[in-house]
Structure formats: C-alpha cells, structure tokens
Design a protein around this ligand. Structure first.
Ligand SMILES: O=C(O)CCC(=O)C(=O)O
Length: 500
C-alpha cells in the first residue's frame, strides 16, 4: 500500500487517505471549488483545470478504484463521487489534445489581442484574475507554441521561465534552452535537422549547424532578438481589437427604423457597412425563443467542421443543427420575422428548401472562426459538371442554389472578445444578445461577393452563442431579382424591402 500511493496520511476520523487525495483537496481550495471545473469562462482557468485533470486525475482514480479498502472510506468515496459527477457533466474525459487545445486557445488570444505574457502567466486576462500558472503548466504552453511554430510566443515564454526562476542551475538550463531554440530557428533554412537526409551527405552544412548550436550555449539572447520574430497584426486582428474604419467613415454609419412587411412593425437597423450593406437588426428575438433555440441546439452539439467537413484549428466551436420539427412554433415565428424584415422566402421545405435548418453555435473562451465566406466555393464550377460527378451534396446545391444571404442571431452577450468582423471591408459587428447580423453573400448576378469574407473573433472571457439561418437562391427569383448587368453589385442600395 505505502509503496503504491506514496505517503499515507490519517485524518481526524482515523481514515487512511492517500496523499494524492489530500493534495487534490488542498488544491481545490486555491483553484476554487470543484463545481467551478465547469466554469471554463476564463482561458487560464480552463487550461489549468484540463491540464490537471488530464495529468493527475486519470492515474489516481484508477489506483484508488483498484483498492477497495481505501475506495470505501468516506473521504475517498466522496472524492470518487465528485469525479463521477464531473465526468457526467463534462460528458468526456480531457485527453492530451484537449489540453493542447486549451493551451492553443491562450496562444491565440495572446496573438490576436496582443496580451501581455506576464499577465497571462499571472493569470490575469482582460482585468479578470484566475490563479497564476505553475512552472509545469507554463512549460506545457511553451511546448505547444513550439509545436505550432509560434516562434515569438515560444521564445517569450522560455524567456519568462528564465526570468522567474531564482535557482541558479535552473536559470542556466533555461538560458541554454532559450539560446539554442533561438539559434535553431535563426538557422532553420540551412538546418540539417529539418532535412535529415542532408545530415549524412552535406557534412559542411552539418558542421556549420553544430557550430551554431555550440555557439548558442555560450551567448545570450536579448528581448530585441525575441522581438525580431514578432509579426505585426493583420486586419482581422486589428478589427478584433476594436473598430478600424476611419473616424469620418465611422461617423457616416447610421441607424434606421426600417419598414417591414407588417405595417406596424418597424425594424431597428444599425448599418455597419454600406457597400455591400451589412446590418445589425436589434431586438429581433426574445429571451424565451433564445432559451428554446439554445436548449434544442445544446442537445445536438458536436465539434464544428469547416467546408470540407474537417475539424481544424480554423474553427474552434461546437455546432448543433436544429430542424424546425424540434421547435415548430419558435421556428415558424422566427422564419416569418426574418422574411418580414428582409423580404426573402425563409420557409423550410423538405425538398429544394430556400433555407437550411437552424445552425446553433457555441463558443467558449478562445473559440473562434477564422476568415471564410459562407457560399460553397466549389459550387462556382458546379453548373459545368454532369450529375454523375456532382454527387448528392452538389445535387442539393443544384436544387437550392448558393447561400444568397446570411442571417445570424446573437443568442448571448459576451464578456470580452467575439465580434464578427469583415476584414476586406474593415467592418465590425459587436455581439449583442437579441440582435441579428444580415448580409448578402452574392451579387445580383449570382457571383460570390468575396468582400463578405468574415470571421468570428476569439472569445476572451465568457461564452458566445449564435444561430445561423442560411438563405438560398431558390425561390427568391421574384423577391431578389437579378441585377440588370453582370457588373451590378448591390441591387437595393439602401433598402431591402421593395416599395409596397
Ligand atoms: O461567430 C461569428 O461571429 C461568425 C460565425 C460565422 O461566420 C459562421 O458561422 O459562418
């Protein structure tokens, strides 16, 4: 027993409690209550909880369960019970990929929002604290940055590890690692390590490389050396951080009370870009309908996929498709409201439907959707293909046409981050619960309007929920007629509704 669990301790009730369980309970006090495990709103907390659960709990639980005498004692039994309830609530047990994903989330937030490495390590994100990261946790994020070839972030973390330790031997170790990594990266193009076959044929380069590595252990790199790997922010990042349009252009954006198909109902439209028009319609879904959409969506949530059907780092969220039958009244009400505002056919049909089912999306901290357009790019060539090569997906597209427009409800507010941005237009839509963004993806000639390329910025704190309703070309022929020329861009320059 002793050998298996290490130190065994007795508590006041005379129980024998393995030190791992005592440590778990002690850490709980500093990490917050176990129930907080499910509160993944803070990126640093979300990371260290998954890191700890992955690294420590799995092995400990197996050990405890294997020994019935210990497992039946109240403290240990209580612990095992807690473990079971966390498992049930989470629905999964974090794997290495989940921990790496949580580390990747922190790196993404740092990169996109230009956070401060010291604040991250101290557990402070957007002025909200969690506990500081421990050395092994910082090491894990450092390793993730290295794997992702995020050079600046990798070296900055190593440098921080170096600065924070007081232990001379450890300091020396970090210094060597830091210098070696720096020189390895600097000499990467000629590195024999990246082209192993060269190591045996190109001795001159191999020796030169080795000399560099030897040199690296002697010299010291500065902050300026690390900064030489820093890449300036692109438009997507700038927009995630805040508005990017000039003050003059911004001051020309207006809010309107728009006529709808119902004479007594005026829609509240905030225009965030005029050409092409991108609007945010306020107060278009009630809290009760939001609750029902989220409830139905939650039952269906799985990893979001991108166009080709892949789970990738381009899209970090959960998706749940909700068919009208699941929430018939809500669906009818919302579909009618959208139709009344934008004058498009939004009736879901089993064949050649002008709309897709509701797509509910949930983002937690670090979650985002990289730049993309909503129409299927492959479809631009679809019409030239024979049915045999098109396949069922293409056939479906053929019957429904492209996604002519996107209507996206915001089902939550978000504590920080998460805006929807259009880098080619420098346009930005804030996350406002109860509102919906709307834009056309096609020009009147049916061409994909690539100016509508957009992205969901990473959520910094809290969670973000949205719901897409994609509207297709089919059955919109009289609602949104083609432009008179192929070149015509926006048919209704400033009005969605035709004059009644
Ligand atoms: O979450 C967002 O803000 C954007 C979502 C999006 O672009 C999409 O689901 O296609």
């Amino acid at each position: 027993m002793e050998a298996k669990y290490g130190l065994l301790k007795s508590d006041t009730k005379g129980e024998i409690v393995p030190d791992t369980v005592i440590r778990f309970y002690n850490e709980r006090k500093t990490d917050g209550h176990l129930d907080k495990c499910l509160d993944m709103a803070h990126p640093v907390r979300a990371f260290y909880i998954q890191h700890r659960v992955y690294n420590e709990w799995g092995a400990m639980i197996e050990d405890l369960k294997a020994n019935k005498t210990i497992a039946l004692q109240p403290t240990v039994a209580g612990f095992l019970h807690k473990y079971k309830s966390v498992m049930t609530s989470l629905g999964f047990w974090p794997a290495l990929g989940d921990v790496a994903g949580a580390a990747d989330n922190i790196l993404r937030l740092w990169n996109v929002y230009d956070l401060n490495v010291k604040d991250i390590i101290d557990g402070e994100i957007a002025s909200t604290m969690s506990r500081p990261l421990k050395k092994n946790e910082i090491e894990f994020i450092t390793g993730t940055a290295k794997n992702l070839e995020m050079v600046y972030y990798h070296l900055s973390l190593l440098s921080e590890l170096y600065n924070r330790t007081q232990d001379e031997a450890e300091k020396e170790n970090y210094r060597k690692r830091l210098n070696k990594e720096y020189y390895l990266i600097k000499t990467r193009t000629s590195s024999t390590l990246l082209a192993p076959t060269l190591a045996y044929t190109d001795f001159q380069r191999f020796q030169a490389h080795n000399l560099v590595i030897k040199e690296a252990t002697r010299s010291s790199i500065s902050q300026d050396d690390i900064n030489s790997f820093f890449a300036p922010p692109n438009t997507f990042m700038k927009l995630c951080r805040g508005p990017a349009k000039s003050k003059i252009v911004e001051s020309k954006l207006r809010c309107y009370l728009r006529k709808t198909a119902i004479p007594i109902y005026m829609a509240k439209e905030e225009v965030v870009n005029y050409t092409p028009r991108i609007s945010l319609f306020h107060d278009v879904i009630s809290n009760d309908d939001i609750r029902q959409l989220k409830k139905a969506g939650t039952k269906k949530l799985t990893h979001s996929r991108t166009g080709g059907g892949y789970v990738t780092r381009l899209r970090v969220s959960q998706t749940g498709w909700v068919y009208d039958q699941a929430i018939p009244q809500v669906s009818r009400r919302l579909a009618r409201r959208i139709a009344n505002i934008v004058n498009l056919d939004t009736t879901f049909r089993s064949k050649a439907s002008p709309v897709e089912p509701w797509q509910v999306l949930s983002y937690t901290t670090g979650g985002y959707y990289g730049e993309h357009i909503d129409p299927d790019i492959g479809d631009e060539f679809l019409w030239n293909m024979t049915e045999a090569v098109q396949g069922p997906r293409a056939l479906w597209r053929k019957h429904t046409g492209q996604r002519i427009a996107t209507w996206m409800f915001y089902l939550s507010d978000v504590e920080a981050g998460g805006a929807t941005v259009f880098p080619k237009l420098e346009a930005r839509v804030p996350v406002v619960k109860g509102a919906a963004a709307f834009w056309y993806n096609l020009t009147p000639s049916g061409k994909i309007d690539r100016r509508t390329q957009h992205a969901g910025c990473p959520v910094i704190l809290g969670s973000k929920w949205v719901c897409n309703k994609w509207i297709h070309e089919v059955s919109q022929e009289f609602k949104r007629p083609c432009g008179k020329t192929v070149a015509s861009e926006d048919f209704y320059e400033d009005e969605y509704m035709p004059p009644y």
